[in-house]
Structure formats: C-alpha cells, structure tokens
Design a protein around this ligand. Structure first.
Ligand SMILES: [Zn+2]
Length: 109
C-alpha cells in the first residue's frame, strides 16, 4: 500500500512541515500577532481590567481575553491604525509575515 508513497516521498524537495508542526507554528504566530495588536492599539482604554488600565497595556500574560473582549469597542480608525502597524511591524517568522496581512478579525476572536 505504501510502496508508491515511499517512492514519491524520496523525490527531493524542500521539507514541509507536518500538519501538527504547522498547527503549532501557526499558533505561535497568532499569539505573536495578537501581541502586536495589543501593543499597537490603546486597548487598555476600553478594557474592563483595572490592571490593564493602570499599566496602560493589555495582556501582561495572554493578550487574547483582552483583545477579543475589547477590540469591538475600539473605533474603526484605531483598528485601522493597529492593522497598519501590524503589517509594518518588526521582525517576524515567515509564517507570521504571511499571516499578518490578513484582516484583524482573524486574530481578535
Ligand atoms: Zn486588558
């Protein structure tokens, strides 16, 4: 059953990530992008967490709860600015670069 497959796999080509590796890498990239969103927009102004408002920064640990709760309250203009900053943002893994171009709605849930 796997004879053909084995032969095919022996062909030389760049190594691809296994599905599991890809999921893991994607999760890391998403977390990094969420962090950039949290740092690029004044989420803390709208956040109900006193800690965030005091320190003027959302997500000292995991940004996700803050981001998904607070993003809809941020004005469209500020959302747009954050999106631009994410795209222009600093160093990133290749996957993160690719993912950054997707609209914010992908990351804020
Ligand atoms: Zn917060």
């Amino acid at each position: 059953m796997s004879k053909n497959r084995k032969k095919r796999n022996r062909r030389r080509r760049p190594r691809r990530l296994t599905p599991d590796e890809e999921v893991a890498e994607r999760e890391v990239a998403f977390a990094a992008i969420r962090r950039v969103y949290a740092e690029s927009s004044p989420l803390w102004r709208f956040c109900r967490s006193g800690h965030c408002r005091r320190h003027k920064l959302c997500g000292s640990g995991d940004v996700r709860p803050c981001l998904s709760r607070t993003w809809p309250l941020v004005s469209e203009k500020l959302q747009d600015e954050a999106y631009r900053q994410v795209i222009a943002g600093g160093p990133a893994t290749h996957m993160e670069w690719q993912l950054r171009e997707f609209p914010p709605t992908n990351f804020v849930r």
